[in-house]
Ligand binder design. Structure first.
Ligand SMILES: [Zn+2]
Length: 452
């Protein structure tokens, strides 16, 4: 038996049994016991959370780090720094926007080599499904990616082409054979192309023009296709950044039938509404788009009833110039919103206003994302035997988002000036403090490979 090295205790510790006083004992990076508040073994360092919340570290399974290859967009050092400041202890990096993309074993090796020694939090990796890389999938899976992403529409970068239904007929049986999860950018090009003509002369500074250019049908038809392919191939399917409320009944039905389908949404779809996006404000552009108020409320209902499983950031930065903020041209600006650092306060502020609880939040931000990537026996909960990944945060303190407080590489954000509740005080990764009230400690994060 190794001695307890660290105790984190507080009056509001979130465990499987609810929220209450507890002392979390940490030994060699793992939670060795959850004991009564008073139990602090001799010789252990003690950190007091007082009345702040002690929660599992957040898991964000949708982050575009863009390194190697596009480090002027983001990078492992800056992204994981933002994560630590946001109480996020594990991120999962998307396979695209980096060059090379993580669609071959070679690409994965290059990324692993690049990421070393730069990580403030733990990082796992997605692989990618692109046309004609089926023979790489088993190799990537064996090498430790946690699952695979594909696009059904142009991805925005040429080195990560989208797949067609016939590509999926090849890839999905292989993924089903491996037992691997396929995560899907679910918009189809057909409905997007169909409205090109009608909006050709519409003003490109108008948010409405952009919204009309990415209609709900594009998502609805894509999700109908994925449900059908899920049924045909028995491959597990997850819909990323779900936005269209019209597709929720289909998802609800698919889940009810027992199909292995899950879905996520993002803070921007749960917080902003199309009606309020100013013309020219391209920092609000993402795909699929932020939709109308009524759509947002339907997403909240779906999150509450479990049709949508969890909330992740889709942190997708680019250099500010690519946002074309001066021209305000929605149609040519890069789409993507960076909120890795802000997911906890945004979701908490809006969830608590709708009567949701800290336990709901823990499910949506920690437990379910960890389950999606197969890390639910190590991360996403404060439980004996788990990594001591934790965040201490104050749920009552308000703050206003200022560009200077954002730690990812670029600070143009639709959240600047917004007021949220929930301030992260301390973040721990495997029992070591990585963020403490504005200070960062040495980058102690590690790459987490899928356990085979
Ligand atoms: Zn994304």
């Amino acid at each position: 038996m190794h001695p307890v090295e660290l105790v984190i205790r507080g009056r509001r510790v979130v465990t499987e049994h609810g929220i209450g006083p507890a002392a979390v004992h940490i030994t060699r990076g793992y939670i060795s016991a959850i004991s009564v508040y008073e139990d602090v073994p001799d010789g252990a360092e003690l950190i007091e959370a007082f009345d702040s919340i002690v929660m599992p570290g957040l898991v964000d399974t949708h982050v575009h780090v863009n390194e190697p290859g596009r480090t002027d967009w983001e990078g492992f050092e800056t992204a994981t720094r933002a994560a630590a400041a946001g109480g996020v202890t594990t991120i999962v990096d998307m396979p695209l926007n980096s060059i090379p993309a993580t669609t071959t074993l070679e690409g994965l090796k290059t990324k692993l080599e690049t990421a070393r020694h730069k990580l403030h939090v733990d990082v796992a990796l997605w692989g990618g499904v692109v046309p004609e890389n089926t023979s790489e999938l088993a190799k990537l899976w064996e090498a430790g990616v946690v699952g695979f992403k594909c696009f059904l529409i142009h991805s925005g970068v040429n080195e990560f082409p989208n797949v067609t239904e016939s590509d999926l007929h090849e890839a999905m049986p292989e993924l089903a054979r491996l037992g691997a999860l396929l995560i899907v950018h679910a918009e189809l090009a057909g409905p997007v192309e169909a409205c090109c003509q009608s909006i050709a002369r519409a003003p490109s500074r108008s948010y409405k023009t952009f919204l009309d250019s990415r209609p709900r049908e594009a998502e609805n038809e894509a999700i109908a296709l994925m449900i059908r392919l899920c049924r045909e191939t028995n491959c597990r399917v997850h819909i990323v950044h779900h936005s269209s409320a019209d597709a929720l009944p289909m998802l609800r039905e698919a889940k009810k039938c027992g199909l292995p389908m899950t879905a996520e949404t993002c803070p921007h779809y749960l917080h902003f509404v199309a009606e309020d996006v100013p013309d020219g404000a391209t920092e609000f552009k993402c795909c699929p788009p932020i939709r109308e108020r009524e759509n947002r409320e339907a997403l909240w209902e779906a999150l509450k009833d479990g049709t949508i499983d969890f909330v992740v950031s889709d942190h997708s930065p680019c250099p500010p110039g690519m946002k074309l903020r001066e021209e305000g041209d929605f149609m040519t600006a890069w789409g993507g919103i960076s909120s890795l650092q802000l997911r906890l306060p945004i979701t908490w502020t809006d969830a608590s206003a709708r009567g949701c609880t800290i336990e709901d939040l823990t499910k949506w931000l920690c437990r379910e994302p960890a389950r999606q990537v197969g890390l639910h026996n190590l991360k996403g909960a404060i439980k004996e035997g788990y990594h001591a990944d934790m965040v201490i945060w104050n749920p009552d303190r308000e703050f206003k988002v200022e560009p200077a407080m954002l730690h990812h590489r670029h600070r143009l954000s639709p959240y600047n000036g917004e007021v949220f509740r929930g301030v992260v005080e301390k973040t721990f990764v495997r029992g070591r403090i990585v963020y403490d009230g504005g200070e960062f400690l040495a980058p102690l994060g590690e790459i987490v490979l899928r356990q085979s």
